[in-house]
Design a protein around this ligand. Structure first.
Ligand SMILES: *[C@@H]1O[C@H](CO)[C@@H](O)[C@H](O)[C@H]1NC(C)=O
Ligand SMILES: *[C@@H]1O[C@H](CO)[C@@H](O)[C@H](O)[C@H]1NC(C)=O
Ligand SMILES: *[C@@H]1O[C@H](CO)[C@@H](O)[C@H](O)[C@H]1NC(C)=O
Length: 389
């Protein structure tokens, strides 16, 4: 039998395992950490992943049992400021020390978006139950950072030895933090940074998951940090999931001057704004202003399209207003998954950076499904609005 912990962090996922016979110090721990996204403007997710790697590495998990999955575009990205060496510290650390495969993701209600596919809550649930039935773990712990990340776990059963904490409840954004003027991007995500800085500073052989949850919940003041599943597991020590009991010195961190807390969905625009303010070059400024204008136009176009779809489905102004303002909890997973997939295939493919904002409109599809509108009707409305037939 195997004892296992799963950490999903900064749009990232980690799994650690060790045999039950020697849960304190023996056997194998596995850690899988998945970076959520690509692009220089999402630098922070990959920085989070490297930070997480450092924590479990320092706490004694052997490198060959740490799998880091991240999109391999940071080290030689054209947006990387030329003043920095082409391989900066973060990328260097990751490239040299982490065994890697490539992945990325973004949150929306009930799904995490990966490059060519999405991890839907239904499939994550299926996977967890499969692992439970096949005794692939004794205990599992998730840390999930993504917008609406509570929606990935709020159905979690309390009798399958899984405990999860998430950056946000099912209905709200998570936040980016630490804008860096030199790199011109955010360096962290507020919830992930808070639990990881806590893991840096505390003695993890003494601190319980529950204590860490409380501290992180208090510090993460921009969203509601949540916990799900079997809460008794949180009386266990953090070290049992993030390390192998090796004596790691707690790290003291330098004081922080500014946090730059920014809702994740606003990050691309916030970066453009900061770049515009920072430049003295007229032609550069014009270029950025044009990018900002284009960004807002696409965003508006996506919003309008969803509004048209909802109007056609409901056939009523009143109901349309309701559907566009509600934040209902998903219970009809099949309807929602079909509607989201259809929207992706025929309206806006959010895997393309230009349409990433489409993820922020999926809540309306949740509401339509929960409102009992038939999926065929939703398909037809999308055909009319997005395909013009
Ligand atoms: C999760 O999967 C289990 C096992 O297949 C199933 O009984 C349960 O209803 C599922 N829960 C959700 C919320 O889909
Ligand atoms: C929750 O976990 C605790 C500690 O592992 C265990 O004793 C308890 O039986 C679990 N609860 C359920 C409902 O499975
Ligand atoms: C959240 O906490 C940070 C750091 O303690 C603080 O700078 C910020 O003003 C707080 N924001 C809100 C919305 O309370």
């Amino acid at each position: 039998m195997i004892l296992k912990a799963v950490l999903l962090l900064g749009c990232a996922l980690g799994i650690s395992t060790f045999p039950m016979e020697e849960p304190e110090d023996g056997g194998k721990h596995w850690v899988v950490i998945v970076a959520g996204s690509n692009g220089w403007y999402n630098y922070r997710h990959q920085a989070d992943v490297c930070h997480a790697y450092q924590i479990v590495h320092r706490n004694g998990i052997p490198d060959k049992q740490i799998i880091v999955m991240m999109y391999d575009d940071i080290a030689d990205n054209e947006d990387q400021p030329k003043a920095l060496s082409s391989i900066d510290l973060m990328a260097q650390m990751c490239m040299l020390e982490c065994p890697r495969t490539i992945q990325r993701s973004h949150g929306a209600p009930g799904l995490l978006a990966f490059p060519d596919d999405d991890l839907h809550v239904k499939d994550l649930n299926k996977t967890i139950w499969y692992m439970y039935h096949h005794k692939k773990y004794q205990k599992m712990v998730f840390y999930i950072e993504a917008c609406e990340s509570g929606s990935m776990m709020n159905h979690l059963a309390d009798n399958i030895n899984v405990y999860a904490t998430t950056a946000a409840n099912p209905k709200e954004s998570s936040y980016a933090c630490y804008y860096d003027d030199e790199r011109q991007t955010y360096l962290g995500d507020w919830y992930s940074v808070n639990w990881m800085e806590d893991s840096d500073m505390e003695d993890l052989r003494k601190e319980t998951l529950h204590k860490q949850f409380q501290l992180v919940k208090k510090r993460t003041n921009t969203s509601h940090v949540m916990q799900y599943g079997n809460r008794s597991i949180s009386s266990m020590k953090v070290m049992q999931f993030q390390g192998k009991g090796k004596k790691a010195m707690p790290i003291s961190l330098p004081p922080v001057e500014k946090y730059d807390l920014t809702p994740s969905p606003d990050v691309p625009f916030a970066i453009m704004k900061r770049k515009l303010m920072a430049t003295n070059d007229i032609s550069e400024a014009k270029k950025i202003a044009a990018q900002m204008k284009a960004y807002l136009e696409v965003k508006e176009f996506i919003q309008e399209s969803m509004q048209k779809i909802v109007t056609i489905v409901t056939g009523s102004t009143e109901q349309t207003k309701q559907i566009l303002s509600d934040r209902l909890t998903i219970s009809n997973y099949d309807c929602y998954q079909s509607a989201a997939n259809y929207f992706k295939a025929h309206c806006f493919n959010w895997h393309l950076p230009v349409y990433e904002y489409a993820l922020r409109q999926l809540y309306a599809l949740v509401n339509l499904c929960e409102g009992g509108y038939p999926i065929e009707r939703i398909f037809l409305a999308m055909n009319r609005v997005c395909l013009g037939n």
